[in-house]
Unconditional design. Structure first.
Lengths: 113, 114
């Protein structure tokens, strides 16, 4: 069965520190891959996406993600976290030809000033 | 407005009552989606509209849930005989290019069934 796993429920980092949020998926074929962010009082916002090609993708707000086929992973990274990055982050694969995103359970990020 | 608008933002109802949740998508977006987000979970797909028709309703949990989009713009999610387990945030999203998965979400309607 298709599934997506975000192993970390909650991560706390200091402002200025680097960040990596993990995402693993289990699909028959490589899906399209997305990261969305949900800030308090705001709707989900697309951070970045991977369809094919270059395995390192750049997104908004200084985020990037690396697709690793051998590990079935699509981890989100940021070199230096800002207090405004505190939010919940969702990894969401989408099977090619489908219109459904399958969201992980999310990772809540807290930032210590 | 420029974004996806959902009303009401909060709805409290009693078990067994009927509820309607409204979504006004971004102008020009032909694709519209409903997702449901329970506490501590990621959003779960409910239904997808392309234009006026429901192209994929495989996520609707049972026949108490129904959604319409009669003119290809505003959509209404209808829940009959509400149950406590229906309590969740109902998210609407729209897209100009549905095949890409790039969705624009509203802030959601929080439904509480007492």
């Amino acid at each position: 069965a298709q599934s997506v796993t975000q192993p970390d429920i909650h991560i706390t980092v200091s402002e200025g520190a680097s960040l990596e949020l993990r995402c693993n998926y289990s699909y028959g074929a490589t899906p399209y891959l997305f990261w969305y962010v949900q800030s308090p009082g705001q709707g989900l916002q697309l951070l970045l996406k991977y369809f094919s090609g270059d395995t390192l993708v750049q997104g908004i707000k200084g985020f990037e993600a690396e697709f690793k086929r051998s590990q079935s992973s699509f981890n989100l990274r940021k070199p230096s976290v800002h207090w405004s990055d505190a939010a919940e982050y969702f990894c969401a694969p989408k099977e090619a030809g489908s219109y459904q995103l399958t969201f992980g359970k999310g990772t809540k990020l807290s930032v210590i000033p | 407005g420029a974004g996806v608008s959902q009303t009401p933002s909060n709805k409290v109802t009693e078990k067994g009552k009927y509820v309607e949740l409204r979504c006004d998508p971004i102008s020009g977006h032909t694709a519209l989606y409903w997702y449901r987000q329970s506490l501590g979970q990621g959003p779960e797909f409910l239904i997808y509209f392309q234009g006026t028709g429901a192209a994929d309703d495989s996520g609707l949990p049972n026949d108490r849930f129904f959604a319409v989009r009669p003119e290809g713009s505003v959509s209404t999610l209808k829940i009959q005989r509400t149950e406590r387990g229906d309590s969740a945030v109902y998210l609407c999203a729209s897209s100009l290019t549905p095949s890409t998965g790039e969705l624009f979400f509203g802030e959601g309607s929080r439904l509480t069934v007492l």
